[in-house]
Design a protein around this ligand. Structure first.
Ligand SMILES: [Fe+2]
Ligand SMILES: [Fe+2]
Length: 297
């Protein structure tokens, strides 16, 4: 629960996402240090939400989790985390890292719960692990049961859902990953939360800022703090702002204003344009080959 320290609003929340941190020094780690200073000294939030892809690429790289956790400790405000595909794997694809119980356990060990309800003044913030929908793990069932209990708690209250993957807008990356959660899972979430007043849904993953409306509800794509997607790739995605930065949410009672915040001093790199890119591509290729070999047996 976060309450205003001065007894009066607005409460300030920063969503950062897709920090892609690792043990490898380079522009991504430099960008995060710059960003942490901007968040701490200029935005001064009451709470920070990390919307996934904390680590660079490989969800099994323990050293990268340790390095990411250390760097993320530069943020002075309290933080909540939800996992991305690079943190725990993907739910549907079998040609990528797949989410497993071990990977979810590793994530929780480093970043805390992968789902949460946090009261931010008068608004209920719900964080979901979007990487385990439809995968048949015990963790998925537990999350559905937990969400049903949360729904009773937030009945009639203003609510915002945070998750890594896109909620409404589907797209397909060049590596075959589906950008959005399955529509059946989305409808199930909306049905469970139908008694609340859902203000909107906010995600990471796309590495671009975008805010659209579904009737009364917003769908917000938070930008990456680390790197832009390759320019050829961006032409396959729905339109959005090609900028690194964060999103600031300002709450007055149940009203919320969201703004993209550019961050002075960030190096505008795109995937392919820095040393760690080769590592990302090499590791993804190796993971795909492993899956193909396993499928052939
Ligand atoms: Fe990402
Ligand atoms: Fe992602």
């Amino acid at each position: 629960m976060t309450t205003s320290p001065h007894g009066d609003p607005p409460l300030r929340l920063v969503q950062l996402s897709d920090t892609h941190l690792s043990r490898w020094d380079g522009p991504l780690r430099r960008n995060f240090r710059t960003l942490a200073g901007f968040v701490n000294d200029t935005l001064r939030p009451d709470l920070v939400i990390h919307a996934g892809d904390s680590v660079l690429s490989n969800p099994d790289a323990e050293e990268d989790f340790l390095a990411a956790r250390e760097l993320l400790g530069l943020i002075r405000a309290p933080m909540l985390f939800i996992p991305g595909n690079h943190d725990v794997g993907e739910p549907y694809e079998r040609t990528w890292w797949t989410a497993t119980a071990d990977r979810v356990a590793r994530y929780r060990r480093h970043f805390g719960p992968d789902r949460w309800l946090h009261w931010f003044g008068d608004v209920a913030l719900i964080g979901l692990n979007s990487q385990i929908f439809g995968i048949g793990l015990a963790e998925e069932d537990e999350q559905w049961q937990w969400l049903a209990a949360v729904a009773r708690e937030v009945e009639g209250r203003a609510t915002i859902v945070f998750l890594h993957k896109s909620f409404w807008t589907g797209y397909c990356g060049s590596d075959g990953r589906q950008g959005a959660i399955d529509p059946a899972d989305r409808d199930r979430i909306l049905d469970i939360l139908r008694g609340s007043r859902l203000l909107g849904v906010s995600n990471g993953d796309v590495h671009r800022y975008r805010k659209t409306w579904r009737g009364e509800q917003f769908e917000l794509w938070g930008p990456s703090t680390a790197f832009l997607v390759h320019r050829e790739e961006t032409q396959k995605l729905p339109a959005g702002l090609e900028q690194l930065g964060v999103v600031l949410f300002e709450f007055v009672g149940e009203q919320v204003k969201t703004t993209f915040q550019t961050t002075p001093g960030l190096e505008e790199v795109e995937v392919g344009g820095f040393g760690e890119s080769k590592l990302i591509r090499g590791e993804i290729r190796a993971a795909m080959e492993l899956h193909q070999a396993a499928a052939a047996h």
